[in-house]
Design a protein around this ligand. Sequence first.
Ligand code: SAM
Length: 339
Amino acid sequence: MLLTCQAGFESVLVRELADAGVVVGEHGPGWALAADGADVRGLAFPHVTMRGAVEVKGESVNALAGRMIDFFLTSLRGERVDAAWPCVMGGPAELVGLGRRMSGVEKEFHEQLKKRLARVAKLAVADLPRGRGEARGLFVWFTDFGRVFVAREAFMHGQRRMADDDAAPSRSYLKVEEAFVVLGAEPQAGETVADLGAAPGGWSYSAAKRGAAVVAVDNGPLKGGALNNPLIEHCTDDAFHFNFEASKAYDWMLCDLLEEPHHVMKNLIEPWLARGWCKRFVFNLKFGHVDSVALLRELRAPDSPLSRYAPGFMIRHLYHDREEFTVVGEVSAAGELGR
Ligand SMILES: C[S@@+](CC[C@H](N)C(=O)[O-])C[C@H]1O[C@@H](n2cnc3c(N)ncnc32)[C@H](O)[C@@H]1O
């Protein structure tokens, strides 16, 4: 299988795979090639896992497109295509000129497919399906100008580039938008949200935009669409003490603190989950100064607060994340307030 990740994070992806017992053969910017078979759906660093990926080589655009057509048509035998299907090509943006090569191959592939199977060609969609889950189509990854991997099956881990919003006060807004896609749920009108470490307010704005009532906890100022927003109440408390006396339950807890991840887990996330102060959560952990793979191991351990109080949790290195990953989930009814 071929797994893609954010470029620059392939060595961590390789380590995460090794930790899961998956042997990696080769890797490059934004991808790793590994033995098929293992269940990698819960891993944090992969973005797309192309199952049963087959190597195709060709020195020219026409040669590559022709071999991809051969692969596709052979694999299509006996299959009826009646609905839209993803036909997605990608590769490392670092390789100068690769974009042009990819669009050349893509164009030629479609020309040839149109001649052979016009009806199937018309149903192709050049975008990954939204959200997490399995997909069938054609997935192509260029590792070089003359070498691609092609697969019919892929698992989407849920990451994707999000659209910006002019009123959003920070780029961090994109992370929480993407996290809602991974979780498959987002704040609803009338729900309550505690946003811990909220300034300048990107995450609060994202929740308020959906009609939720937000308390934005940060002693820094709110800006842009979060400033004077009637659905956002600014509270200058310390996030590590907020709600400890009131013990109030919120529909959502969002948390994006530039703090040491163990400190955040122990002194904020664990009490919030254990006491059932939120039903759902999105939080970020910065791994710039710790071993990210060791941290993942700790978070997934059977006795970790996440395993105990939110067993369906997911950890993802998002498209919009930097040296951090994002944890999303739902608190099980076992929290103290839920008992
Ligand atoms: C990465 S920024 C949050 C960005 C925000 N999610 C957004 O979308 O605009 C981290 C914020 O955490 C705040 N912060 C750090 N420690 C805090 C604490 N103990 N209590 C409250 N806020 C804290 C900082 O003031 C900073 O504004």
